[in-house]
Write a protein that binds this ligand. Structure first.
Ligand code: SF4
Ligand code: SF4
Length: 301
């Protein structure tokens, strides 16, 4: 049996800021809430969300012999996360100015798994980052890392919501587990609701309507009716940069999340005139590469 403190020390040693552990169990209430959100059509063109709902909320169906979910978080807050000037255009969400977090978090999780396997040779596990059917925000709450804010994202008391999450699901039990984060510390604040340019945040539900969300419209290829993008060409940080927990959070401390470029120096014309070669040269390993230059140019119009 693994000790919780051993796990947490190992997670910090590979570079994560936060780590919590939960015994595998089905998240029935969260699954029901998610189904209601889907039934209301709030997922818009994100059809993949309709698949694997059972696995998403019950890791026992995802990883054979799963006993423990290790939830890790790391801050990526940078100067760009603090927000743009009123008249800024060609705005890019701050996470997208870094190396693609899928690559970085996977590497960190694999380093953690390798370390744990050298300490516990019978341990097996799988790493997940965003792209697999794992309800990561809900697992983070269960692991005591934070609460789901009004803007639907995980907020950690120490690092706010500018954090990336990654999970290791392992076949070993822990000597003890973390306590779920029961409280919501949003209090009477509703800054994210008032700063969302499109009214996409569903009041009182801690969920968003992706049909009205700029982040979804700028990144997904097949979207619903066009909406005004408010100068954003990839993602949108409006409901995060205004959040008091993010304003007081420290900047990232991991070298992996030092921005590769400053979007504030690039105008819509820079993007329109950019060649594929230049794009590949400067943005190949950022999240922008997945979306492609043509798509960014379209968002500039
Ligand atoms: S990402 Fe932007 S558009 Fe989407 S909910 Fe947040 S503020 Fe609104
Ligand atoms: S801006 Fe305020 S209401 Fe919105 S998530 Fe942050 S603390 Fe909660």
């Amino acid at each position: 049996m693994i000790t919780k403190e051993h796990l947490k020390t190992a997670a910090k040693a590979v570079g994560f800021d936060l780590c919590g552990v939960v015994a595998v169990h089905p998240l029935e209430e969260d699954a029901a809430r998610f189904r209601r959100w889907l039934e209301a059509g709030n997922h818009a063109s994100l059809g993949y969300l309709e698949r694997n709902i059972e696995k998403r909320f019950n890791p026992a169906q995802l990883v054979e012999g799963a006993q423990t979910v290790i939830v890790c978080a790391i801050s990526y807050k940078s100067e760009i996360s603090t927000g743009y000037a009123e008249d800024a255009c060609a705005k890019i969400a701050s996470y997208a100015c870094n190396r693609d977090y899928h690559l970085t978090i996977k590497e960190l999780l694999h380093a953690l798994l390798k370390q744990l396997q050298s300490d516990y040779p019978t341990l097996t596990g799988r790493a997940f980052v965003d792209s697999a059917p794992v309800a990561e925000k809900q697992w983070a709450v269960e692991a005591g890392l934070g609460w789901i804010g009004r803007q639907s994202l995980l907020i950690t008391p120490e690092y706010g919501s500018f954090v990336h999450l990654g999970e290791l699901i392992i076949n070993e039990a822990c000597d003890s587990y973390d306590t779920p984060f029961e409280a919501s510390l949003c209090g009477s604040c509703n800054a994210c609701l008032t700063h969302c340019p499109t009214g996409a945040i569903l009041e009182g539900e801690r969920m968003i309507d992706t049909r009205r969300c700029i982040a979804c419209h700028t990144i997904e290829r097949a979207t619903t009716e066009p909406i005004a993008l408010d100068g954003w060409i990839f993602g949108c940080d409006c409901c995060q940069s205004c959040c008091p927990y993010n304003r007081r959070a420290p900047m990232h401390r991991s070298e992996h999340f030092t921005p590769r470029f400053d979007p504030r120096t690039l105008t819509p014309d820079h993007w329109r005139q950019m060649s594929e070669e230049e794009f590949r040269c400067h943005f190949a390993d950022t999240p922008l590469a997945r979306c492609g230059l043509d798509h960014l140019k379209r968002n500039c119009d």
